[in-house]
Design a protein around this ligand. Structure first.
Ligand code: ADP
Ligand code: ZN
Length: 612
């Protein structure tokens, strides 16, 4: 299909992409680019950054050069654009020299709208020279935070892009990233020479993601319960802290009948690649992984991200959970955590080789994350405020603390009992033993140390073990007691402990028992992808998914480049009878309508016959 040039952006959006209207600042950004101006575009994951350069590529004559650091991602983008009938190619080290030359031919003869290149290639004299002989429209530098030494994905090749301004003074340049912090932003502007560009910055909120954080209490059972009630048949990622745990949880989920795969740096490259490919190209796969997994995963229909352990900072948490719900449909970010997580992470920091200053920063970052986990406030607000965004003082109604508000309880006396017990046992024991003493357990260890003779033995029977664990987790989290790494994790009193023992302060903690009970009687509606209450509708959804999968397999592309889940869901709601009705559905553009329209209509018709 030939793309008509000089079309209006809105017409391209509707005809080629099949979307009704622009989102957020897209229209404004596109107009700015078409007018030949530079820009820095800050938008959260899933915000719709790619359209900002893809649409100008179709409006203007010439090639848009997109610089992207991840080869796997380039290929996905090119596959998705080809499905739309757009002339796109990628140039990177995965091509043979013959393949690369034919892409270069296309560039020279003006037969490409978009070319994706790796940073390494862009920096070669040979390629820059080739570019001078092409008709260029725009340079789009994706994942622009890679230019910053302070960020997480620093790529030295990015620092060389400043020369684009000198070599191609008339070609506009835009930088795009989902990393918001101010230091990175300044680095991008300085190193990419975007001083004259406009900064487009949108809120980093991900309204379709529901944040859920729960204390650990049999984590496997909790995970299973979560997946069974909210995510049967969905794609998801389960993050674990260690390779060992990844293997265990993946194996266990498989035994429970789920299509789960492991991913961690200890697996050989081939297996990792294979598992990743399987996850991307199939529906309903659960990837159990360490943080080695996720970079460059653009799968839009990841319905949940589960954390079995605490990440090391809010930045990591936000990046990892951000992989859920790129397509804008309801998704869950679910996490369980307990005292042992806090202890383990403190231990990591303590025993690392970093210098004191670095360790101090890492402890601070961990503290912020623990603060987020322990908060009684709206979680979304805590996250956004951490990134420096101003928020309105009202509940988001899409996080656990908004949906099931946590009450505080006056825990002063309970904490005093815990602290005296730590004191009386010589500050040499961990939380589990202290809890046993408080609850008056006559086990071997207690008898062996004569701890059943202590005045604090059995003074805490008004609380359950679950409650005591919750109290200890919280007092460790806020620093009323320290976990001493040099003494095998023994609990030690701190200056704060003394204030509480002397009764100078009233302390309120999260009352997790009330929450535990109320969640049994008053369960919040699960946050499902699509709650088709009618079984027939769910059945049709599965049929359309199967059709999509077989079409995708035939071309060796991910199913979502054919249609997103949201388009399938809209088909079920609208039940189109002909091509023109089908074409009205969001995500069904001209090219997809021509290629797949008849087959999807047929599936819908057949379904109607069998259900009448
Ligand atoms: P980002 O690169 O910012 O993470 P993408 O550009 O991949 O996000 O867009 C996320 C998803 O939203 C994509 O599937 C894209 O097709 C879709 N999308 C983008 N803009 C619109 C729009 N105006 N209307 C509907 N869907 C859109
Ligand atoms: Zn909230």
């Amino acid at each position: 299909m030939t793309i008509a040039l000089q079309q209006k952006p809105i017409d391209i959006l509707q005809k080629i992409f099949g979307y009704k209207s622009f989102r957020g600042q897209q229209a404004e950004i596109i107009e700015h680019i078409i007018n030949g101006k530079d820009a820095l575009i800050l938008m959260p994951t899933g915000g719709g950054k790619s359209l900002c350069y893809q649409i100008p590529a179709l409006c203007l004559e010439g090639i848009v050069v997109v610089i992207s650091p991840l080869i796997a991602l380039m290929q996905d983008q090119v596959d998705a654009l080809k499905q739309l009938g757009i002339k796109a190619s990628a140039l990177n080290s995965s091509l043979s020299s013959g393949e690369a030359s034919s892409v270069e031919e296309l560039m020279l003869s003006g037969k490409l709208d978009i070319v994706y290149v790796s940073p390494e290639r862009l920096n070669t004299e040979r390629f820059l020279d080739l570019l001078t002989r092409c008709r260029l429209t725009l340079f789009a530098i994706d994942e622009a935070h890679c230019v910053s030494q302070w960020g997480h994905d620093f790529r030295p090749e990015y620092t060389e892009f400043s020369k684009l301004k000198e070599k191609f003074p008339d070609i506009p340049r835009i930088a795009l990233t989902a990393t918001a912090d101010d230091l990175t932003r300044q680095d991008i502007i300085k190193n990419l020479r975007l001083e004259n560009g406009k900064v487009f910055s949108s809120s980093f909120d991900r309204p379709n993601i529901r944040y859920l954080v729960t204390p650990k209490d049999n984590e496997k059972k909790q995970l299973l319960n979560f997946i069974e009630t909210e995510h049967k048949g969905d794609s998801g990622i389960v993050y674990c802290i260690s390779r060992n745990k990844v293997e265990q949880i993946a194996e266990w989920l498989k035994k429970q009948g789920y299509n789960a795969l492991p991913y961690h740096a200890g697996l050989n490259n081939k297996i990792r690649q294979k598992n990743q490919d399987y996850f991307i190209k199939n529906d309903g796969v659960i990837m159990v992984a360490t943080i080695a997994f996720g970079m460059g995963i653009d799968k839009p229909d990841v319905r949940f991200v589960a954390h079995m352990d605490l990440p090391k900072s809010i930045e990591s948490y936000y990046q990892e959970t951000g992989r859920a719900g790129r397509d804008g449909l309801p998704s869950n970010a679910w996490m369980v955590y307990g005292t042992e997580d806090i202890v383990k992470l403190r231990q990591f920091i303590y025993s690392s080789n970093a210098n004191t200053e670095h360790k101090r920063i890492e402890h601070q970052k961990l503290d912020s994350l623990i603060g987020f986990a322990e908060t009684m406030k709206c979680r979304r607000r805590v996250l956004l405020e951490y990134f420096g965004e101003k928020t309105e003082n009202k509940p988001c109604n899409n996080c656990d603390t908004c949906l099931e508000p946590v009450t505080g309880f006056d825990a002063t006396v309970a904490i005093q009992k815990a602290l005296s017990c730590i004191y009386r046992t010589g500050q040499r024991f961990g939380a589990a033993h202290i809890i046993d003493i408080l609850m008056g357990k006559e086990n071997e260890k207690i008898k062996g140390f004569n701890h059943n003779k202590l005045s604090t033995f059995g003074i805490g029977q008004e609380y359950s073990k679950f409650q005591w664990k919750s109290i200890f987790r919280q007092i460790i989290a806020v620093g009323f007691v320290n976990v001493d790494m040099e003494d095998y994790g023994a609990l030690k009193l701190t200056p704060d402990s003394n204030k509480i023992l002397r009764g100078q302060e009233k302390i309120f903690l999260r009352n997790e028992t009330i929450k535990e009970k109320s969640s049994k009687t008053k369960r919040t509606e699960p946050n499902k992808r699509s709650s088709f209450s009618a079984p027939a509708a769910e059945d049709l959804f599965q049929k359309l998914r199967a059709l999509r999968l077989s079409l995708a397999k035939g071309q060796n592309v991910p199913p979502y480049v054919i249609f997103h889940d949201s388009a399938l869901i809209d088909m079920i709601i609208a039940m189109p009878k002909n091509l023109s009705e089908l074409g009205k559905i969001s995500g069904v553009g001209q090219s997809k309508l021509e290629r797949y329209g008849e087959e999807f209509l047929k599936a819908i018709k057949e379904h109607l016959y069998t259900n009448h």
